[in-house]
Design a protein around this ligand. Structure first.
Ligand code: ADP
Length: 246
């Protein structure tokens, strides 16, 4: 669906990533890892088309004859303050604006679609609550509902579980995983939690040293590769067929 060929991405004349070869196909579940400042967000911006390659190219091939690839974006929790005065349902309705077209108000059908998305994240009962009164984990689920309301081809999440406790993280990941499986939704998830990728990802992309390397989780979730990328000692344990990183 998206092909990045031999591309450099960066800002002004500085390139953060060089010679990026990366493909995203329908139904992929990509876990994006790498140290802070390595260029994960820069790669996401390049994939989304928010920044252009300084060299090389980004080719898109929209699915099912659609005119463009539609992205649903779930930002980091610290980026959500601008929604302060809105109700939960209003925040989810923002996801419908692309489908509404300029100047049209949301219809009953849009409200139903937004409520259905709140249902996917099990928060319909909070539709009329004020967004600012929710917990961090609930806010992230509302933002996921907003992203789903855009009817995206690709769901892009930037460290969605970084401020969550384990129960909240599990709830969020199970919604994402359900949507991925039920609709073959393509998912791109930047995270520091390597265990999430071991568990859910079909592909791992590692951003480090200006390069992007991708492969299967089995290939990459090896202690030595990870230790090199993060510069610390990590161990990989296998318990009942699942890999855990400590
Ligand atoms: P990560 O998401 O892995 O933490 P980023 O992609 O945010 O890394 O940042 C990679 C590098 O690009 C950093 O050195 C950062 O300072 C720089 N950078 C990020 N955004 C901008 C910007 N808008 N303008 C200039 N430099 C930027």
């Amino acid at each position: 669906m998206i092909d990045i060929r031999d591309a450099n991405f960066g800002y002004g004349r500085t390139s953060v990533l060089q010679g990026v070869q990366f493909s995203l196909a329908t139904g992929d579940f990509v876990g994006l890892v790498g140290p802070n400042g390595a260029g994960k967000t820069t790669l996401l911006r390049g994939l989304l088309g928010l920044i252009r390659p300084q060299r090389g190219e980004r080719r898109i091939n929209p699915p099912d004859g659609a005119a463009d690839v539609v992205f649903g974006y779930v930002p980091q929790e610290k980026a959500v303050d601008p929604f302060f005065p809105l109700s939960v349902l209003d925040v989810v309705l923002m996801g419908r604006y692309r489908l509404l077209g300029p100047g049209r108000r949301p219809t009953l059908a849009d409200r139903r679609a937004a409520l259905a998305c709140l249902g996917h994240v099990q928060l319909e009962h909070l539709a009329d609550a004020s967004f600012q009164d929710l917990s961090g984990g609930q806010k992230q689920r509302v933002l996921l509902a907003r992203a789903l309301a855009t009817e995206p081809h690709v769901l892009v999440l930037d460290e969605p579980t970084s401020a969550m406790d384990l129960a909240a993280e599990k709830r969020l990941m199970s919604v994402i995983s359900e949507q991925h499986e039920a609709r073959r939704l393509t998912v791109m998830l930047a995270t520091h939690d390597l265990n999430l990728i071991g568990r859910y990802g079909s592909t791992v992309a590692i951003v480090a040293g200006g390069q992007v390397i991708s492969g299967s989780p089995a290939e990459f979730l090896e202690a030595r590769q990870l230790s090199d990328v993060y510069g610390v000692e990590l161990q990989v344990h296998e318990v009942e067929g699942r890999r855990f990183i400590v």
